[in-house]
Design a protein around this ligand. Structure first.
Ligand code: NAX
Length: 331
């Protein structure tokens, strides 16, 4: 039997946490043969609720779950973890300035970065979910210099999965037959959902999404806007933000990163830019990636037309501004 892997979930008493921890305990994230020990962190006002989640995890009697740590102490939470899912953060409240929210999250990610750097396993893989996800991940990277930058990522897989879902609905095909959409850039409304390389499996082979949809006007406007605005549409319908889809996508992100992407297909991950596709280096930016042996690589050589170029640049500009705002909160 495999040794258990310690998995940290911050913000575990929140709504994504509540959907995510049972998925991890069932093997959805690391596989059905991988035992896990869950480390759950939240803040003191949520300590009692966090303990309630721990009670439910015990009650669910998950065979793969070998232990649960529920704590408000970041050091205890980070100790020995090999996977860290950072869901905790300070939400934007009505009337708050962007700078104030940024400043709160910068200080949270700065201190949690130090706790991870000192106490997590040296090869710990980090996924930041909490918004502003790309910039929180960048701050974490800055303040955890001994964690390899390749190990620090943010979640855009939900946006990627939303794009797959929209194509599947539009064409009335199975979502599992659609692949190779791309989310470029920021996990925000400037993200660019790109279908120029996406395909659908049909009885007569793989066909380009553009050819099957045969409606460039829809693909270039409504489709993009629907994916960009999907989070807001969920809030409007549910009066709460996306949680089960976010949790499921976080599992997809880690599973594919650790266990690999299938041959011939890629996924979207927010990763540290090396300047690929002329995206400024030094941003956490969502790219198409393939994963093998626990490492992601950016898919190279995809053609970028003029329409796409503008969209890649626009979301990069927003991230550059966010980075400047975050740094201004540090001084
Ligand atoms: P909730 O408000 O339900 O939960 C957040 C939890 O984090 C709370 O329990 C809170 O006490 C805790 N927390 C706050 N500060 C903390 C700290 N310093 N250390 C540890 N825990 C802390 O929000 P939820 O709906 O679960 O969303 C969590 C985050 O995910 C938000 O930032 C949200 O914006 C972000 N999202 C990101 C998505 C993505 O695709 N990247 C999609 C879904 C979601 O909107």
């Amino acid at each position: 039997a495999k040794d258990p892997v310690r998995v940290l979930v911050t913000g575990a008493a929140g709504q994504i946490g509540y959907a995510l921890v049972p998925m991890i305990a069932r093997g959805v994230m690391l596989g059905p043969d991988q035992p896990v020990i869950l480390h759950m962190l939240d803040i003191p006002p949520a300590a009692e609720a966090l303990n309630g989640v721990k009670m439910e995890l015990v009650d669910a009697a998950f065979p793969l779950l070998k232990g649960v740590v529920a704590t408000t102490d970041a050091v205890e939470a980070c100790t020995g973890v090999s996977v860290a899912i950072m869901v905790g953060g300070f939400p934007r409240k009505e009337g708050m300035e962007r700078k104030d929210v940024m400043s709160k999250n910068v200080s949270i990610y700065k201190s949690q970065a130090s706790a991870l750097e000192k106490h997590a396993a040296s090869n710990c893989k980090v996924l930041v979910v909490a918004n502003p996800a790309n910039t929180n991940a960048l701050i974490l990277k800055e303040f955890a210099p001994s964690i390899p930058e390749k190990n620090i990522t943010c979640l855009t897989r939900l946006d990627h999965n939303r794009a797959l879902g929209q194509i599947s609905e539009r064409l009335s095909v199975q979502v599992s037959d659609v692949k190779n959409v791309i989310i470029w850039g920021n996990h925000s409304s400037t993200q660019y959902p790109d279908v120029n390389h996406a395909t659908v499996k049909t009885p007569t082979g793989e066909k380009p999404v553009r050819e099957l949809v045969a409606d460039d006007a829809w693909l270039n406007a409504e489709f993009i806007a629907t994916v960009q605005q999907r989070g807001a549409a969920i809030i409007k319908a549910r009066k709460l933000s996306s949680a089960l889809s976010a949790a499921s996508s976080a599992c997809d992100h880690i599973r594919d990163w650790v266990l690999g992407t299938p041959e011939g297909s890629w996924v979207s991950m927010g990763v540290y830019s090396d300047g690929s596709y002329n995206v400024p280096a030094g941003l956490i930016y969502s790219f198409p990636v393939t994963c093998k042996n626990g490492e992601w690589s950016i898919v190279q050589g995809l053609s970028i037309d003029e329409f796409s170029r503008k969209k890649l640049d626009l979301t990069a500009e927003e991230l550059t501004e966010e980075k400047a705002l975050a740094y201004s909160c540090l001084s």
